[in-house]
Write a protein that binds this ligand. Sequence first.
Ligand SMILES: [Cu+2]
Length: 178
Amino acid sequence: MKKTASIVFLLLLLFLSVASAHSKLVDSNPKAGATVTGELSQIQLTFNTPVEETSKISLSDGKNDIPVTDQKIDGSKLSGSIPKDLKNGTYQLSWDIIGEDSHNVKDSISFTIDRKEQAQAPKQEEKAPAAEKKTQQHEHTEKPAPEKTGNAQSATPWVIGGILVILAVIVIALTRRK
Ligand SMILES: [Cu+2]
């Protein structure tokens, strides 16, 4: 009986670790949807896992890319420098990272720069603050040829999860009969 319980527990643990393995943003400067009124020359993204060296940040004002220079990776933190004199407006801060589970994750947040000294003629589009928008896309770039030699990283987490749940149900059903 105890043995069965621990098997079920292990299966559950395995399922959870597979299902939650993707790297995601946990903090940022500026924060998602923030309005920046002061100085901003450094941006930083913090993820829930370390990210690989090839990970990149990019910044756009919706039309043009703005250079993010001096990009640095420090464990789970990705940082870079941006021009100090950005115009007032809404910006998209995007990342293209390789997370700890070796998956490629692309996502972005937006923030607004609204500095008084730059105040321009009022715009008509103030009704819906674009800064609230947060695009969510978690893309997984799978290896081109999925082969059987691959480990759990290339298998679809949901398929594994489903199999584990079925196994757990069978184990529980067998235990009840005794
Ligand atoms: Cu992932």
